[in-house]
Design a protein around this ligand. Structure first.
Ligand code: SF4
Length: 210
């Protein structure tokens, strides 16, 4: 009985070491030409490496994670996301947050751009390894880029139109689809509906079990 805490500590430590190695590898990655000089957003600010729930968004925002180093933090999208978390009683330190790509893609004029298919492919091993290290029970895709990236990690048939906020078994965990929490989403999905969507994901993945 007495060795249990020591064993647990060792497991946590191995998980932390694996995560640090992954973050260091990301920091040195130069696979995507237009990401040169951008921040690789994966590190202590990403959340709890033992989190039960892992969110995947699209990409670090120019005025958000690119500046703060914290996924979904520092811009209007980050504020929306943090309000959503608070509305369901979660704190950032309860969850883990990452993106389909770890760097901020910008258009030639310097605005936020969508990641290209090639960038999503290049970055996919970081997403896959992050999920393996954190080992969450529930992965929540925030938007279509996240769904596309997660389909490369393990194939799934989820779409926002047909499977919104309906967690589905996805190998040895659950996967759910939600809209990206950008200000644009409020045009067709109210803040209250987005809170209900998130609450339903969290609740259904608990009731359907591990
Ligand atoms: S987006 Fe991913 S694969 Fe591309 S340079 Fe950044 S860390 Fe590397």
């Amino acid at each position: 009985m007495q060795i249990q805490p020591a064993v647990e500590e060792m497991i946590v430590s191995n998980q932390e070491l694996a995560f640090r190695a992954l973050a260091l590898a990301a920091r040195d990655c130069d696979a995507c030409p237009r990401m040169r000089g951008r921040r690789r957003v994966l590190g202590a600010g990403s959340g709890a490496i033992r989190a039960r729930t892992l969110f995947v968004a699209e990409a670090p925002g120019r005025l958000g994670a690119e500046m703060s180093g914290i996924p979904l933090h520092g811009d209007q999208t980050g504020k929306n996301f943090e309000r959503l978390l608070a509305a369901v009683g979660l704190r950032r330190e309860d969850v883990f947050i990452t993106n389909a790509v770890l760097c901020n893609p910008q258009s030639p004029s310097g605005t936020n751009d969508k990641p290209t298919r090639a960038e999503i492919v290049e970055c996919n091993h970081f997403l896959s390894e992050t999920i393996a290290v954190v080992d969450p029970a529930l992965v929540i895709a925030l938007g279509v880029s996240a769904l596309a990236a997660l389909s490369r990690v393990e194939r799934h048939g989820l779409t926002l139109r047909l499977h919104l906020a309906r967690p589905t078994r996805w190998f040895d965990r659950h996967l759910a689809a939600l809209y990206h929490p950008s200000p644009r989403t409020r045009v067709f999905r109210s803040f209250g509906e987005q809170v209900d969507d998130l609450a339903r994901c969290l609740q259904s993945s608990v009731s359907t079990g591990p």
